[in-house]
Design a protein around this ligand. Sequence first.
Ligand SMILES: [Zn+2]
Length: 282
Amino acid sequence: MSEPRIRLVPRMERSPRQARLLRNRLRRWVSPYEGGAEPPSVAVMMTPRALAQLAEHAASDLDNEVGGVLVGKWMVESEKGEEVVLVESILRARHVRQGSTFITFTQDSLVALNDELDANHPRRLMVGWYHTHPRMGVFLSGYDTWLHQHFFPESWQVALVIEPHSTTCGFFIRTADGTLDPQRYYGFREILAEARRDAEYSKSLIIDDARKAAKEEVVRATREIERAKDGALHDLAITSANLAIDLGRQVVREQLEISPAHRERIVRDALGKLAAAAPGKN
Ligand SMILES: [Zn+2]
């Protein structure tokens, strides 16, 4: 087999985002292999939406393997420093060669999945991949392991195998020293749908993160204005400040979804500063 030329994961992050986990809203699914041995380097959390999507895809073909990638975030819990990947949704692989006992991502499928991630999930990462093993049990085959090591090489990227007949599944996760055991799988934590709506929960997870990002954009915009107030760069600065504020608003709109009042306050503060710097007003 030739070496892959395309990496499945072009968008990388060097460090995980800070997040606060609400543990009382999680249901823990434990695998029989857990406990005692080396703990996994990351814990996996799944949103109700991702679980529903996975169940639907896995059940769509009970004879042949189906698969795709897991989309979400890589985070570190503020309190305990535990690394977590949050699976928020999936992308189904469409251009696959599949049979009853194997699945392989073709180059077309890798390109298509990357394009889809960029288009529909611009702030998310491929945190791993999944595929089904109809009537075969939950393990990684030699080829599965090869695929995982080559296309999902980051310590925090995970592989999910689902057996659709018995509806069992498990995550294959590297341990701290990078070892990947193809037989031992781990469970995950399910975000309880009844606790809060999906979006509500995501909001609480990233609220600190997004708040900080929005604030930084406003500070940066303000600083640009201050710097350019008396200079010839004024117009340019206004443009870049507007861009920065747009970015800040985008963070607020897409990720934070904080209260309209708070959002308005952030934008109003920023616009107030812009108005103060505009020609004729100072
Ligand atoms: Zn397999």
